[in-house]
Design a protein around this ligand. Structure first.
Ligand SMILES: O=P(O)(O)OC[C@H]1O[C@H](O[C@H]2O[C@H](CO)[C@@H](O)[C@H](O)[C@H]2O)[C@H](O)[C@@H](O)[C@@H]1O
Length: 412
């Protein structure tokens, strides 16, 4: 895999937003649409209610007469369940060197998780046994996987040892990071040219050049990056850019009176953070996002770790991004290759599911507490992710040395 310079300020600017407009609705190939697109051209902004009160737009009954309140339709429960409770993160006695400010884990909770999702460290040999001819492809989530979860999303830095580990992994195996952040932002945090990046939950991918990809998928263009490497750019939601911009501005406006709320524009999706919002205001933030989305029928919301993610309603997710990258890496028809996906979030479940359903590959959930997952194994935290990745590198080196020694013996 040739090194690539993926920061779009270095990649030809033509690449970023130049995907040809397809004639289907919203320019999205109809095979990617999962819903009946309504007119989303004139969204109105909802007047924010003062913090502490529900906005008027958040009526409890919708026109259809169903309860339309985040407290009753499951949003609030999902918002509450979206990250381990803070007190749990703070108890125990083991200080994890990689994590900031003495964040510690409860061993008993992790032990319960390993009943269903055994430790990938303990099962390492079993996992790599499935990689014939030592072929592996590595897919990594960023937040909570390569960097610890911190209060300020702008400070979710990766440690230097982790960066060096990911660099070594990318030198041994095709490696990609698939993040909910924008591609540029995750590149700026990772700063490695040896791997591939998919931002906006896989809706913005730069993969290796493969000449027939644009025939297989619309919204896929072949080009060259700043360093002259041929690449494939895939952005299946380009036509949503104006709506995403509009919803971003609206969300900033309607959350500005909620202390601690933070809205991030990730180009093809928007994150509304409530980690630093007082819990008694979560209903308000959830209700406002919920109400706004009624005015943007082309968008939907998913829950991440103390974050609501607003994104286009297209049939594309991190799982599809894994399939796309496997295809562009020319690994899809190669049963020898073991794809390994490591992630901590609900959005990573789409990738775990793809691997589970295809009966191929290995999903590893990063969690210190019990969760339902489509993954097969678990790692407790980014520290263990680093340990696992280092084992992979050492295994590859060992296997190559063995192979080399065998060849020498045969020649002698
Ligand atoms: O797919 P990912 O790479 O895991 O990105 C998912 C979201 O990650 C970031 O938010 C999360 O991490 C923050 C920093 O640790 C934390 O403060 C926040 O509560 C988490 O939800 C990122 O800021 C989001 O935009 C991503 O969607």
């Amino acid at each position: 895999m040739g090194p690539m310079d993926l920061n779009s300020s270095h990649v030809s600017p033509v690449l970023t937003d130049s995907v040809p407009v397809n004639k289907s609705r919203l320019g999205i190939h109809s095979s990617l649409l999962t819903y009946s697109q309504q007119d989303s051209s004139s969204p109105h902004s909802a007047a924010p209610a003062p913090a502490g009160k529900l906005p008027r737009t958040g009526s409890r009954k919708s026109a259809a007469g169903s309860i339309d309140d985040v407290r009753f339709n499951g949003w609030l429960d999902a918002m509450k369940a979206s990250s381990p409770p803070r007190k749990k993160l703070l108890k125990g006695s083991m200080i994890n060197a990689l994590l900031p400010s003495n964040i510690e884990y409860d061993n008993e909770d992790y032990h319960i998780l390993t009943v269903d999702y055994p430790s990938a460290l303990e099962c390492f040999e079993k996992i790599v046994e499935r990689a014939k001819n030592n072929k592996v492809a590595v897919f990594l989530d960023y937040d909570g996987t390569l960097s610890p979860i911190v209060d300020d999303p702008d400070c979710a830095f990766m440690s230097e040892p982790m960066r060096e580990t990911v660099r070594s992994v990318a030198r041994c195996f095709p490696t990609a990071i698939i993040s909910g952040r924008s591609r540029d932002q995750v590149y700026d945090l990772v700063k490695l040219t040896e791997l591939y990046y998919a931002g906006s939950h896989g809706m913005d991918i730069i993969g290796p050049f493969r000449h027939n990809m644009s025939n297989k998928l619309p919204n896929c263009v072949n080009s060259t990056d700043h360093q002259g490497n041929q690449i494939t750019l895939f952005q299946p939601a380009t036509q949503f850019l104006p709506i995403i911009d509009e919803v971003f501005r609206t969300l900033v406006e309607i959350t500005k009176d909620i202390s601690g709320a933070k809205v991030e524009n990730h180009k093809f999706c928007v994150s509304v953070h409530y980690r630093n919002v007082q819990e008694n205001n979560w209903t308000i933030i959830g209700q406002r996002v919920h109400d706004i989305l009624k005015k943007f029928p082309g968008l939907r919301s998913t829950h991440g770790r103390k974050v609501l993610e607003v994104r286009p309603v297209i049939d594309w997710n991190k799982g599809k991004a894994v399939e796309f990258l496997m295809e562009s890496l020319d690994l899809n028809d190669n049963d020898d290759v073991l794809p390994i996906y490591i992630g901590d979030d609900k959005t990573d479940e789409d990738a775990f599911k793809i691997l589970r359903e295809s009966n191929r590959g290995c999903g590893i959930l990063v969690s210190s507490v019990k969760k339902e997952s489509n993954a097969s194994y678990s790692l407790r935290d980014p520290n263990e992710v680093m340990e696992f990745l280092q084992l992979l590198v050492r295994w590859k080196e060992r296997e190559e040395t063995n192979h080399f020694n065998k060849q020498i013996k045969v020649k002698v």
